[in-house]
Design a protein around this ligand. Structure first.
Ligand SMILES: *Cc1c(COP(=O)(O)O)cnc(C)c1O
Length: 376
């Protein structure tokens, strides 16, 4: 909680939950990434929080952008950043969207199979492509395994196909899983990347780039290593697998760039029990899974929640959202400790909510408006 956010919330008069993002924290995060990985270009993963103020700040600081759709590209271009700072990092693209991206000037594309290479060769000739490889996501709280990437053994064929079709086979990418708590998680994938560089070289194709993806964590309830530790560990793994012929590298932080810059303010709508014998209270908030807290799915992300009664005794509660969907329960398998003195109407602060909240909130489920966002 920064002083600026505290001040903002003190003066806010509107009703309803909101997220407040402090741009100073985003700027600090950007500089920390640039410092921890000095020879690496930063491509901010726009999906984490595409607020125009955040994109403008990062554009001014020199960041590049990882986008997954033409709409995200247009948001980036609206900041004045040029298309050579944009990658189309989604491995699943319609051919007409690739064509549109190419018209906008984008020349950097992710692929994970030959069919996707063929689309790019047809409508974005001469572009750079990198092949995403699967990564098991071990150690991550929000794994991105299975859906994206091919097995490392297939990557050289995909890249060779690109080369033959007149594209530039540029490199390899992977994502070690979001909210990755293990600083060593990059080691194995870098070993695979280095093997793919060798296989391609044997076929006369010289790759030059490794895209290290995102995964850098935000502090929720548990402590996480600092970005410096990630930088050191990644540099060690790069040296181990590539020797003194280090490839060009890029990172795509999303959560690590904006997560800790945002705080959600929410209100307690109801505190109740299902029977007189129950000792676990149900606490219902005016925000839930459909209002921006989608990452509580399977109770994956456990946000720190503060109240003005934090010095009081606590007891476990089931925490739920306000909508008429029984899936709209945030924490039940592992109940959440909240003050026993908590009352209807109390305001709670949910920390670490600058990433993956606004973009996940429904337009008007049950008539509740999407999560209001202020960037200060
Ligand atoms: C979502 C995503 C990211 C950002 O991941 P974080 O764990 O939030 O840093 C980076 N790269 C790609 C391709 C993504 O899909």
């Amino acid at each position: 909680m920064t002083a600026r956010i505290r001040e903002f919330l003190r003066n806010r008069r509107e009703d309803g939950p909101c997220v407040v993002v402090d741009l100073d924290v985003v700027e600090d995060n950007y500089r920390a990434f640039a410092h921890a990985l000095p020879d690496t270009r930063v491509f901010y993963a726009v999906k984490a929080n595409p607020a125009p103020e955040i994109l403008r700040l990062l554009a001014r600081l020199g960041s590049c952008f990882d986008t997954a759709s033409v709409q995200e590209m247009e948001m980036v271009l609206a900041t004045g950043a040029t298309a050579d700072r944009i990658s189309y990092g989604n491995t699943i693209k319609k051919e007409r969207d690739i064509e549109r991206a190419f018209e906008l000037g984008v020349r950097l594309f992710a692929v994970d199979c030959k069919a996707e290479v063929e689309k790019i060769a047809r409508v974005a000739p001469g572009s750079q492509v990198f092949c995403r490889i699967l990564c098991d996501g071990a150690g991550a709280e929000w794994p991105l395994s299975r859906k994206f990437g091919c097995v490392p053994e297939m990557a050289a064929d995909v890249l060779e196909h690109a080369h033959r079709l007149g594209l530039e086979a540029y490199g390899v990418s992977f994502h070690v899983g979001s909210q990755q708590g293990n600083t060593e998680a990059w080691d194995q994938a870098l070993g695979s990347a280095s093997a793919i560089f060798k296989q391609c070289a044997e076929r006369g194709i010289i790759l030059s780039m490794v895209n290290l993806g995102g995964g850098f964590p935000t502090k929720y309830l548990k402590e996480v290593p600092g970005v410096e530790s990630y930088g050191e560990s990644i540099f060690r793994a790069l040296s181990k697998h590539f020797g003194n012929r280090l490839p060009e590298t890029i990172i795509e932080p999303g959560r690590g760039m904006v997560g800790n810059a945002g705080i959600i303010e929410t209100e307690v709508v109801l505190v109740s029990k299902k029977s007189d014998e129950d000792d676990v209270r149900w606490v219902y908030l005016d925000i839930g899974k459909f209002g921006g807290l989608a990452e509580t799915m399977d109770e994956s992300i456990r946000y720190p929640i503060r109240s003005e009664r934090d010095s009081d005794e606590t007891a476990p509660c089931v925490l739920a959202g306000p909508t008429c969907d029984s899936a709209d329960v945030l924490y039940e398998k592992v109940p959440y400790l909240l003050p026993v003195s908590l009352e209807i109407g109390d305001k709670l602060l949910i920390e670490g909510t600058g990433a993956y909240t606004t973009t996940y909130s429904a337009v008007a489920f049950n008539g509740f408006p999407p999560l209001k966002s202020y960037v200060i």
